[in-house]
Ligand binder design. Structure first.
Ligand code: CP
Length: 305
């Protein structure tokens, strides 16, 4: 039995297979419409979500399976003090696979150790968000045609943004990838990414504060929101929250074929006027999230179509 805790749980070859499966699902949805008949997905979400929970549920429904779960710790027995370990033992009796989001880093891993069904980390604190990474990789792969030899700008809250951390981990495995890390001083990537991942692996990168300085050289601009829920005080959040606002004027500095991704939700960091720019692919990205989660469910449940 296999779980997904980190994007590194899949080798590059396995990821390639998963992305090709997702592309086939996109092209031939009817072929997969009954693949998970009789199977159930549990979504155990101890933290708010729109995209991740609903795209997991859409994915299982598209595969002919069923879904059950909770969307709020307060409506589960966690509110009475039940541990994640006990909860997953019980959920293992009711479902065939579980997607879990938790504010505590490592909670899905603790669950996986006690689980009798595959557990998918659907975001754990500021740590990792591997299925968002799979979504990001599928978006880049499908729209750019490759994951290698790309210059990727990561902009915004690089300190607390778990999607950024997972994406860096995943992309350093492809040749010719370089990063431009665009953030205020206070929100730079933490040392476990800067030193232990980028420096240690000799990955080319530079850190800049101004988005304008990076835009002309990018193949991909990955915008992120400032993670209000991870700040220790509101004043710091208010000071940082509108540090970056991507608008039409700034988009004029970007190459014609640059793509703008965002894991969403967006707050103010991308002006709505950018939505009509053909380079803005963040809503398409959310659609790719369904295909890649369908591919992931099939892979972890070892369903062959
Ligand atoms: N991208 C993402 O994780 O969105 P949600 O928080 O809405 O699931």
């Amino acid at each position: 039995m296999r779980h997904l805790m980190s994007p590194l749980d899949f080798s590059v070859e396995e990821l390639d297979k998963l992305l090709k499966l997702a592309n086939d699902i996109e092209k031939n949805p009817e072929k997969y419409a009954h693949a998970c008949e009789g199977k159930k997905l549990a979504t155990c979400f101890y933290e708010p979500s729109t995209r991740t929970r609903l795209s997991f549920e859409a994915a299982m429904l598209n595969l002919g399976g069923k879904v059950l779960g909770f969307s709020d710790a307060a409506s589960s027995s966690a509110s009475k003090g039940e541990s994640v370990s006990d909860t997953i033992r019980v959920v293992s009796c009711y479902a065939d696979i579980c997607a879990m989001r938790h504010p505590k880093e490592g909670a899905p891993l603790v669950a996986a150790q006690k689980s009798r069904i595959p557990v998918i980390n659907a975001g754990d604190g500021g740590h990792q968000h591997p299925t968002q990474t799979l979504t990001d990789l599928l978006t880049i792969y499908s729209l750019k045609g490759r994951l290698d030899h790309l210059t990727i700008g990561l902009c915004g809250d690089l300190k607390f943004g778990r999607t950024v951390h997972s994406l860096i981990h995943a992309l350093i495995r492809y040749p010719g990838v370089r990063f431009v890390l665009i953030s205020p001083e206070e929100l730079r990537v933490p040392s476990n990414i800067h030193d232990d991942v980028l420096v240690r692996n000799n990955i080319p990168f530079r850190e800049v504060v101004r988005l304008e300085d990076a835009l002309p050289e990018l193949d991909i601009l990955y915008m992120t929101r400032v993670q209000r829920e991870r700040f220790f005080n509101e004043e710091d959040y208010i000071r940082m929250k509108d540090f970056y606002i991507l608008n039409k004027e700034k988009m004029e500095l970007a190459p014609e074929n640059m793509l703008v991704l965002h894991p969403l939700p967006r707050v103010n960091e991308i002006s709505v006027e950018v939505d009509d720019d053909p380079r803005a692919v963040y809503f398409q990205q959310a659609q790719y999230g369904v295909y890649v989660r369908m591919a992931l469910i099939l892979t972890l449940l070892e369903v062959e179509v």
